[in-house]
Structures are given as structure tokens and as C-alpha cells.
Design a protein around this ligand. Structure first.
Ligand code: FES
Length: 105
């Protein structure tokens, strides 16, 4: 039997738990992409480069610590994900990350 990981994701005013297949070497971002592809296409999170740690768009809180979802390892346990604190929340795990002077009016 293959292992499973539980991603407990902060969505606005509640947490939602998703169970995803776990393979060693996968990233948290892989788990999120699985959720969006197979479980809930409405889940919002941001990424561009997937695993190069280059775009800096996938920053989020994992168990209370700021991580890049694309480099944080998925683990076969319950993992809590939340949007960055102290940033304007857009939706789910997406926050407004552009500096104020780069935002579109
Ligand atoms: S997806 Fe680009 S830094 Fe994580």
C-alpha cells in the first residue's frame, strides 16, 4: 500500500484536509498540484518555476514556518499549510506579494 500525506490547508476562515498520495522526493508543491488536478480545482496557490526556487512565488507557512512549497519536502504525515501572515490575503494560500509600488491600481 502506498503512503499518504495529509495537507491541512487554511482556506479563509476554516481549514480543509486533503489526503494525497505520498512518494519520497515529492515537494509540498507537488501535493498541492495533485489536489488541484484531482481533488479540488478551486484551491488557490501560486507558483511559476515549480522547483528551481527562482520565482519566489510559492512562499507559504508550513507548520508555522515560512517555506518555499516547491523545495519543502512532502512527508507522510499531517502537514499544516497557511498563507503568509502580515500580507494581504487574496485567496486560500495566495497573498499579495508584489511590493506596493508594483501593484496595479
Ligand atoms: S515555485 Fe518558484 S520558487 Fe517555488
Amino acid at each position: 500500500m502506498s503512503a499518504l500525506a495529509d495537507l491541512v490547508i487554511r482556506r479563509g476562515d476554516h481549514d480543509q484536509r486533503f489526503t494525497v498520495p505520498f512518494e519520497p522526493g515529492q515537494s509540498v508543491l507537488d501535493g498541492l498540484r495533485y489536489i488541484r488536478a484531482s481533488l479540488d480545482p478551486s484551491l488557490a496557490f501560486r507558483f511559476s518555476c515549480i522547483n528551481a526556487n527562482a520565482c519566489k512565488e510559492c512562499l507559504m507557512l508550513l507548520d508555522g514556518k515560512v517555506v518555499y512549497a516547491c523545495t519543502a519536502r512532502l512527508e507522510p504525515r499531517a502537514m499544516s499549510l497557511a498563507p503568509l501572515p502580515n500580507k494581504p490575503l487574496v485567496r486560500d494560500l495566495v497573498t499579495e506579494i508584489a511590493p506596493p509600488d508594483e501593484r496595479l491600481e
